[in-house]
Design a protein around this ligand. Structure first.
Ligand code: BG6
Length: 517
């Protein structure tokens, strides 16, 4: 009998064809997507381009309606023109007339005040008119909250009052982080949500979880047998996670003044990365089993009191400087920002995870706006070999480091030492590199597209669960409070630098240094 032996390349191609067919073949049932804030910035820049891309890829069903619910008065026709202009500006896809005509026939607009009870009555009628019944004889309605967090309670209240989430409606709700401003308000928001939705109807978006390379962290750890045995305190010296941004706060001054770096990035994106690196293998791949393991990580992060926070966290705010050779203003000079603002735009800290696996292994976390380079990278530094066999030259050996590049370079690299050719016993540091884009030449979906698809499919794996959200707030609340108690000397780093010198000192005390990429 002839055996079919496939080369690695052929296997990859077959797997990719299968994945592609999976996306293309995904025809969910009819649905209505109600976007609160349908004419807002977020809908314009992020949501509509994602929906258009999914439509282009054939990933949406024949029957669906997108209902923009917003304050500016517009007719359906005006709304379509407005969305068309935003797609031209923000969609990476060129707009083909035929395709646009087909897409825009699914768009409708309801101009109304979020606080007006009549508006929700009208919304119920629009849903009934435009959303077909699914096989269960129900209408699947997704309520997407593309509004400032302060507007959410009012909308939730009216959805409840008008019974928009019951009867013939199968509701889902999607909300972007930040979920609350602290643990208390997150719990309160959840209490309101649970009056109208079930927990498994709530999709809390952290777009980092939709990134392909973030999802890959778990695959990399649990699909390879060679790293997992080393993935613990016995072999790992320390872990560094950097989420460095070159961008400033752009047009989001007012939002950022309310938020600051801890609420914006640490409580959510950074903590999700920590969880993916530190979690135990889940007993299965279902949403709750994975989320259970992440929550355990959050609960084992050592609580930080005031003296710990003073010693092991660093905050910063950028002043004027140059990024990539271009002069840029300081944070206090940005539009919408107070000239004496004390809002932090930089965070660095050493944290501990008090679990069997990680006891004694410091996790160094760093994020900031207007830093020298854009780089989201997880670096795992392994312990040095137990004996300095190569005499003095051993001093110059760098530890083995495994780097998981999330963005802009999507790669995995392993740094190791080899012998430099010649008669001397000279060690030399080299890198083994895997690059996502070279290995897989396939078009990929953006994080938001992936999350919208998962929401349509009803897969909650990549969304935050309430107990996780509250546990993440429990970690960061003391830092926010402590920082608010003591006035900082801002600005304390120049735009285009790597942050305040205290951040370097934090690691130097432990004989380490931040990666410069
Ligand atoms: C958002 C934050 O959630 O994430 C922004 O509000 C930040 O301030 C952004 O810039 C970073 O996302 P990404 O995908 O560009 O790394």
């Amino acid at each position: 009998m002839e055996r079919l032996i496939l080369s690695g390349q052929e296997k990859t191609e077959m797997a990719l064809e299968k994945c592609d067919a999976g996306i293309r073949g995904l025809k969910t049932e009819p649905f209505a997507l109600v976007i609160f804030g349908g004419a807002g910035d977020y809908a314009k820049r992020m949501l509509m381009p994602s929906l258009y891309h999914l439509f282009h890829d054939g990933a949406l069903p024949e029957e669906f309606t997108i209902i923009g619910f917003g304050m500016p008065p517009m007719s359906d026709e005006e709304y379509r023109t407005y969305i068309r202009a935003s797609l031209v500006e923000f969609s990476p896809l060129p707009l083909a007339q035929g395709e646009w005509d087909a897409f825009c026939s699914h768009l409708t607009y309801l101009s109304a005040d979020f606080s007006s009870p009549q508006a929700y009555g009208k919304l119920a009628l629009v849903i009934e008119d435009t959303c077909s019944l699914n096989v269960r004889n129900k209408r699947e309605v997704i309520f997407y909250f593309a509004v400032p967090p302060s507007a959410a309670p009012l909308i939730i209240y009216h959805l409840g009052q008008h019974r928009l989430c019951e009867g013939s409606v199968e509701p889902k709700m999607v909300m972007e982080k930040p979920f609350g401003r602290d643990r208390f308000s997150a719990a309160e928001l959840n209490r309101l949500l649970l009056q109208v939705f079930e927990e498994n109807q709530i999709y809390r978006v952290d777009h980092y979880l939709g990134k392909e390379t973030v999802q890959n962290i778990m695959f990399f750890r649990f699909a390879n047998s060679i790293f997992e045995p080393l993935w613990n305190r016995r072999y790992i010296d320390h872990v560094e996670i950097s989420v460095a941004e070159q961008l400033g706060i752009g047009h989001r001054g007012a939002f950022y003044e309310e938020t600051g770096v801890v609420r914006d990035v640490i409580q959510n994106h950074m903590m999700q990365l920590v969880a993916l690196v530190a979690m135990e293998p889940p007993v299965g791949f279902s949403a709750d089993l994975i989320r259970d393991e992440k929550v355990k990580v959050f609960r084992t992060v050592r609580a930080m009191d005031a003296s710990y926070i003073d010693a092991f966290t660093v905050r910063g705010q950028y002043g004027p400087g140059e990024v990539g050779g271009i002069p840029v203003p300081g944070y206090r000079q940005e539009p919408g920002v107070s000239p004496d603002s004390n809002t932090p735009t930089f965070f660095a800290a050493k944290i501990h995870i008090d679990s069997w696996r990680w006891a004694g292994v410091p996790f160094y976390l760093r994020t900031g706006k207007r830093l020298r380079k854009r780089a989201t990278v997880i670096s795992i530094f392994f312990r040095q070999p137990p004996l300095a066999l190569f005499g003095k030259t051993c001093d110059i050996l760098k530890p083995n480091a495994l780097r998981l590049g999330i963005q802009p370079h999507e790669n995995i690299s392993l740094c190791m030492s080899v012998k430099y050719p010649g008669i001397e016993n000279q060690p030399y540091n080299v890198t083994m590199d895997f690059h996502y884009d070279k290995a897989f030449e396939v078009e990929r979906h953006s994080a938001h597209e992936r999350l919208i698809l998962d929401c349509l499919k009803g897969d909650l794996t990549l969304f935050a669960r309430q107990d996780g959200v509250e546990a993440m707030w429990t970690i960061v609340d003391p830092i926010i409070r402590r920082w608010e108690e003591i006035a900082p000397g801002f600005p304390n780093y120049a735009a285009g630098s790597w942050g305040p010198p205290e951040a370097d000192a934090l690691l130097e005390r432990d004989g380490c240094s931040w990666s410069r990429f």
